[in-house]
Design a protein around this ligand. Structure first.
Ligand code: AR6
Length: 389
């Protein structure tokens, strides 16, 4: 079920449970621990005094007190030595025991900090990898939304070596989009110039026949005007226009599965409305059937929660968000063209004017359909993530 990376202060998370990176005494400290104790208030410490501490890799639960979560789950991460002293196993165990406690207490959502990656010195990138892997394995079998809250680390950020290739792909796509916009802009200006020329003389004749009779327009004047315009085009400092998204690819009648219908085939609006194309929901359900996946396998792969999937399933005209629509397309391993027509049914398009779209395109065109890998990149580039938000 859904898993998201998020940048936030964990004390601001509105999840059922918030996990604390505590120490063995459970009596507070610095980092996340200090922030959570401050936010929860003194009753938390009083409660913790009754718990008798906690071993490394284990977890204990308390109420949330003044925090907006129902529970705080305290876990004790390993202190990093060199990686050869069972650090990884202990860290995996922290995530597992915390998730098990969340499950036992009926939590539907949990927020984790990056356990051990602060004072305890676990290398940040490895700590993220352990967290992601352990949480994802758990979510394969459980319905829960889990957030990994990255507060002050730049480990997952666009500037790192890991994202070098995609950075240059985005740059190329942007410059292509910019060149295309510029081309269209100069074509537009050119045709406006031509229209001025073609349009002015007859207009003068029609609108003001007396003037046309007495003073025929001077050809030279027009030529000068064109020349000026041409000079405008070449000499004007080329002020870059903001890149605008491509016109939306809306579903057309011809997209229908069973053959081409054109608006002319319908006798009336009522007739047309009675023969709407396959909707987003209908196509989604058909594609799930064709893929051989169960509904649950599909929505889990799509990082979508069960409740949202039921809503979509029960409403053939459901309009999903773009992140939901694309997530299903990715889960169903749709090639780019098919994904475009699929999301168009929900009113969306992919363009080179948006980083989100370019990143999705980058992965799909390489046959990479791992939503979590795509989401890591989207997160690094500060884009919305795929799945239920
Ligand atoms: N929200 C989210 N993440 C945070 C926050 C916050 N408010 N504050 C820090 N982080 P740490 P540890 C990040 O040191 O390594 C305490 O003194 C931080 O950037 O809190 O498990 C305990 O009492 C880092 O990425 O926990 C223990 O003695 C991550 O949370 C000891 O520190 C964990 O950093 C535990 O050390």
């Amino acid at each position: 079920m859904p898993f998201f990376l998020i940048r936030n202060d964990i004390t601001r998370m509105h999840t059922d449970a918030v996990v604390n990176a505590a120490n063995k005494t459970l009596l507070g400290g610095g980092g996340v621990d200090g922030a959570i104790h401050r936010a929860a208030g003194p009753k938390l410490l009083a409660h913790c005094l009754t718990l008798g501490g906690c071993k490394t890799g284990e977890a204990k639960i308390t109420p949330g007190f003044n925090m907006s979560c129902k529970y705080i789950i305290h876990t004790v991460g390993p202190i990093w030595k060199d990686g050869a002293h069972g650090e990884r196993e202990a860290l995996v165990s922290c995530y597992r025991s915390s998730l098990a406690l969340a499950l036992e207490n009926g939590c539907e959502s949990v927020a984790f900090p990056l356990i051990s990656a602060g004072v305890y010195g676990y290398p940040v990138e490895e700590a993220i990898a352990v967290a992601e892997e352990t949480i994802r394995t758990f979510l394969d079998d459980h319905d829960m939304t889990v957030y990994l809250v990255l507060f002050d680390t730049n480990a997952v950020s666009a500037g790192t070596e890991r994202f070098r290739e995609i950075r240059s792909y985005i740059d190329d796509a942007y410059s292509d989009a910019f060149a295309e916009t510029e081309k269209r802009r100069s074509q537009r200006l050119r045709s406006e110039t031509e229209l001025d020329f073609i349009g002015s003389a007859p207009m003068a004749n029609f609108a003001m026949p007396q003037m046309a009779e007495s003073k025929p327009p001077k050809k030279q004047g027009f030529i000068k005007k064109i020349k000026e315009k041409k000079e405008d085009l070449s000499l004007a400092p080329s002020k870059p226009e903001p890149i605008r998204p491509e016109p939306m690819e809306m579903p057309t009648f011809c997209d229908s599965v069973d053959g081409a219908m054109s608006p002319a085939d319908f006798s009336s609006l009522e007739d047309a409305l009675s023969r709407l194309d396959e909707s987003f929901t209908q196509m989604l359900l058909r594609k799930i059937d064709e893929s051989g996946m169960t509904d649950a396998q599909c929505y889990k792969k799509a990082n979508i929660d069960r409740k949202l999937f039921s809503k979509i399933r029960s409403d053939i005209y459901y309009k999903p968000s773009k992140s939901t629509a694309v997530a299903f397309g990715v889960a169903l391993r749709m090639p780019l063209d098919e994904l475009r027509s699929f999301i168009a049914k929900a009113g969306f398009a992919l363009s080179h004017a948006s980083k989100f779209d370019i990143i999705v395109e980058y992965y799909i065109s390489r046959g990479v359909y791992d939503i979590f890998e795509i989401n890591d990149t989207l997160f690094a580039f500060d884009q919305m993530l795929l799945g239920t938000q």
